[in-house]
Design a protein around this ligand. Structure first.
Ligand SMILES: Cc1cc2nc3c(=O)[nH]c(=O)nc-3n(C[C@H](O)[C@H](O)[C@H](O)COP(=O)(O)OP(=O)(O)OC[C@H]3O[C@@H](n4cnc5c(N)ncnc54)[C@H](O)[C@@H]3O)c2cc1C
Length: 382
């Protein structure tokens, strides 16, 4: 029998791919990287559609980070195309900037009302502040502020979140609604990070370069259950946390999405990358990929997102649903996971049961290697 791999990495998304790359290239380890899907890249995977347009099959992935370390690391595998994502929300038939800002107020209210509400917001929070909707609601100590807080909460956040998460908005972890601020100014960028750019040749090309190393063997269409335990020595697991333990303590809640991809004439495309539809039945948002990719042509590729219940084996667990109850259940599994450390490590959006953006998944992988895996390898060699 051939020599076992030093490491089995389960899941070839950003977390697993970065761990594989660092172990192989940085620490000279032999790595078997598997994914049950037919491609690497996890949810950040991209590909060309039938007409050659670059699309993101699992929904729009816009790269942004404040970390020079993470940006520099990824820059080893890709050049970048600068891109600042802009989003609008369709409120009562009017498209307005999202994050909701003072221009959104002007588009939705008569000029005198918008001016009065803007003055009250600036007085309460300061010009260009970025309070969360929770900050706005708890500071609503006069009639005008209360009005804006309730309006934005109802029209922008509540209905969208109920659709997105499939639970009443009050049952969600406060961090979920806190992810998109309200802007007391004119800034209409969706993200404010220092580095905002798309991989120039796409994510699939970035992953191909990252994993192009003789120490890395990639096996696709390979669920963990198909790999012989004898084939590896240590494991990094990036799949769903509860799956690993066969849901022994109960199933963790995830949310899935049905993506409806369409090609449309450019004249029917969107004015910005994404338009959210908080009030529409069934779907949450539409994205027009030409903004993200910079590609031009007579037609453009769009995707409409319909959040749905997660049905294991039938659809993908895209989003961990964060609530007090799911935190408590995940903590039970984390304790079980810790007891395996030394042989199996858990990392990534699914295995940590945390809502990571791509840069956070990369950061998690880099620090796992530096702080846990490299020391474990040194101990083994000693
Ligand atoms: C709709 C959507 C939009 C997003 N937009 C953005 C964005 O604009 N910007 C941003 O920064 N982030 C975005 N994200 C988040 C981003 O997708 C994640 O941060 C990133 O993909 C996390 O990487 P990961 O490797 O931890 O997980 P994943 O990408 O989920 O990879 C895990 C992999 O493990 C595999 N796997 C699971 N179980 C097994 C098993 N038993 N055997 C073998 N393989 C297994 C899965 O097939 C999967 O490929 C978005 C996410 C979604 C769902």
């Amino acid at each position: 029998m051939s020599r076992p791999y030093d490491w089995l990495i389960v899941g070839a998304g950003f977390t697993g791919a970065v761990v594989a790359e660092r172990l192989a290239r940085g620490l000279n380890q032999r790595v078997l990287l598997i994914d049950r899907r037919d491609h690497v890249g996890g949810n950040a995977h991209d590909r060309r559609d039938d007409a050659g347009r670059l699309i993101h099959p699992y929904g729009p992935h816009v790269f942004h980070t404040n970390s020079a370390r993470i940006f520099d690391y990824l820059s080893r595998f890709t050049a970048w195309r600068p891109y600042e994502h802009r989003v609008q929300a369709m409120i009562d038939g009017q498209a307005v900037p999202l994050p909701f800002n003072l221009q959104s107020l002007r588009l939705l209210f008569p000029p005198a009302t918008a001016a009065r509400l803007s003055r009250r917001l600036i007085a309460a929070f300061g010009a260009d502040a970025r309070p969360t909707i929770h900050d706005l609601r708890s500071a609503a100590d006069d009639a005008d502020l209360r009005f804006v807080a309730d309006y934005v909460f109802d029209k922008v956040f509540a209905a969208y979140s109920a659709k997105q998460w499939g639970v009443a908005v009050d049952d969600l972890d406060p961090s979920v609604l806190g992810r998109v601020p309200v802007v007391i100014g004119q800034d209409d960028r969706y993200f404010t990070d220092r580095f905002q750019a798309m991989p120039r040749d796409g994510y699939a090309a970035l992953f191909a370069r990252m994993l192009d190393h003789p120490n890395i063997h990639v096996s696709l269409n390979t669920p963990m259950s198909q790999v012989q335990p004898k084939a590896w020595t240590r494991m990094v697991y990036c799949g769903p946390l509860d799956d690993y333990f066969e849901s022994a303590a109960g199933a963790l809640p995830y949310r899935s999405v049905r993506f409806e991809h369409r090609a449309v004439d450019v004249k029917d495309g969107l004015p910005v990358g994404t338009v959210n539809h908080p009030q529409a039945p069934g779907f949450t948002r539409i994205t027009d990929f030409r903004h993200l990719t910079g590609e031009r042509g007579p037609t453009t590729a769009t995707v409409i997102e319909y959040p749905t219940a997660h049905r294991p084996g039938e659809n993908e667990p895209y989003y961990p649903v964060l609530s007090e109850a799911s935190h408590a259940l995940a903590d039970q599994y984390r304790a079980m996971a810790r007891s395996l450390e030394g042989q199996v490590w858990f990392a990534g959006r699914l295995a940590d049961f945390r809502y990571y953006n791509m840069d956070q998944a990369v950061g998690r992988a880099l620090s796992l290697v530096d702080k846990a895996l490299a020391p474990a390898i040194s101990r083994m060699a000693a």
